[in-house]
Design a protein around this ligand. Sequence first.
Ligand SMILES: Nc1nc2c(c(=O)[nH]1)N[C@H]1C(S)=C(S)[C@@H](COP(=O)(O)O)O[C@H]1N2
Ligand SMILES: [Mo]
Length: 258
Amino acid sequence: MTILTRRSLIGVGAGGVLLSGCDRLAESTRANDFVAMAEKATYGWQRLIGGQTLAQEFTPADISPVFKANGSTDPKDDDYRRHADAGFANWKLRIDGLVRRPLSLSIADLRALTARTQITRHDCVEGWSAIGQWTGPQLGPLLKAAGLLPAARYVVFHCADTYGGEISKGGAQSSGRYYESIDLNDAFHPQTIIAHSLNGKPLTVAHGAPCRMRIERQLGYKQAKYVMRIEAVDSFSHLELGKGGYWEDRGYEWYAGI
Ligand SMILES: Nc1nc2c(c(=O)[nH]1)N[C@H]1C(S)=C(S)[C@@H](COP(=O)(O)O)O[C@H]1N2
Ligand SMILES: [Mo]
């Protein structure tokens, strides 16, 4: 099964998403070449598509009246403040690293993509859970559109916020830029989405505006908020303390399965 059919691929192109930052990609020859290439791709990651177990999904009646916000809820980082103050009008999500064609997506681009909506339970290691409805494009088709290279093994979510160090907020741990990572099995999982909405409304700053990850078979700390850049890598040893995430660098498990 291919997840990015000719039809959906053309849909992405028509929305300008694949083409942003590149003048002549709209030219039909190039687009057709690209379709042919995507259809013929024989990379190892194609084996990851399909046959994966889904996290439980709930009904609208199950949605928690209040979805607690946790961790960073109002980043003070200069870059983030500038974007938030401008309503994220100039913000772009980059998808780069081990890909053939890096993508640069505005929030309008993200909203124009085919979205998945899922009502799931978020479980935080601090002992609380909440059920919410998340909406956004699946990560897998975007990685495929970017031309993920065979060497890629993980994707890293680079976030806008510096977290920790504020003891009054329970952050006695050392401060650092928040980041997270998952393997390609989770990256291509159907419920792995770049969420732009919670319960039918655009994400608030507290919940990670303008977009945050949902990786539904893992715990709360994997659900990176304020995602600025998604980088395909073959290892994360070069990042921070090398354990693949802010909390992982401070002793948490990298695979936080529920
Ligand atoms: N960028 C960023 N992402 C983050 C965090 C954070 O502090 N910064 N906290 C994590 C933790 S521990 C949890 S439980 C969830 C909380 O998401 P929520 O605020 O939408 O409830 O976000 C996760 N993602
Ligand atoms: Mo959490």
